[in-house]
Design a protein. Sequence first.
Length: 355
Amino acid sequence: MTAAGSPPGSGPGPDGATRPGGHGAPEAAARVPVLEVGGTHVVAALVDFGGTTPRVEHGERHPLPADGGPEEIVDRIAGCARTLPGTPRGRWAVALPGPFDYEAGVARYEGVGKFDALHGLDLGRALMARLPGATGITFVNDAVAFALGEAAYGAAVGHGRSVAITLGTGVGSAFLSGGRPVSEGALVPPQGRADLIRCDGLPLEDGVSRRAVIRAYRAATGRERDVREIAALARRGDTAATRVVTDAFGLLGRALGPWLARFRATVVVVGGSMTGSWDVLGPAVRDGVRAGAPQAAGIPWVTARLGADAPLLGAALSGGAPHDAWPPGTASRVATPPAGPPPPASPAPLRGETG
């Protein structure tokens, strides 16, 4: 059980989209049930807004097979959710990576190396059928949820223009101005997504992602190592590991530097599983920023203050948190969910788009 830092003088309103299942405006609750879905895990928790600061309670983390079938993936997500005490009632908030239609609640994973079996699946409807007591679901991008949590209660408090980068299976990102995500316009990459940046003629994640780093090290040495092991070797001065880290994370800095300068960011908050090796990865990123955009070299890169709680807090703020849970000076902004048919009484076989 953890508590977030004291609310700052300013922070974000929510962002994300709602999913049919309830009618009218999203209901506010002192305790919001949340799910955070990653490439290899799912976390279920309750975020309690009943005190002076929000508290993340009953966090349960379960493994998730990103290459599994649709029934297996959805059942694992719902199974983790059902480990929460009692039967949480009301609107759930779910943070998960793209590509995903957050307004419609439909998965758009295709050729991205994770959750491909969910492509075209109405995940909102599938989860509603498996979560007794749920009256609706708010979906939000996991990097946006992370950014909102850190902007409201963590490392980006007090920054009017912050960027959040998550480093795990891939590269997630969110650009916040005044606590609101910016996903279009000339100041941010397409859709506000770093993974859509092309660098050296290739998609960014072809050069910097878990699979890319592992592949580069295998090509250089013939050995299979995970990113944490490669970073540990680089920390000890291993030549091949150092080159792999320098190339991959220098690329990240070169790709992001011009966008940080254009956006006029005042801080970059880094989260995700790779931040445990930030002492090794960070210098390579900063060198890349200096090479790609010297004018952005002074922008600080800091690791997340809230750790794994950040996306849970951000997701809860996006869907279902009471209005008085917001830091002073901000207004909540939760979209009204469109009316939709009630979910089926029992889970039906799941089928995504084919062909």
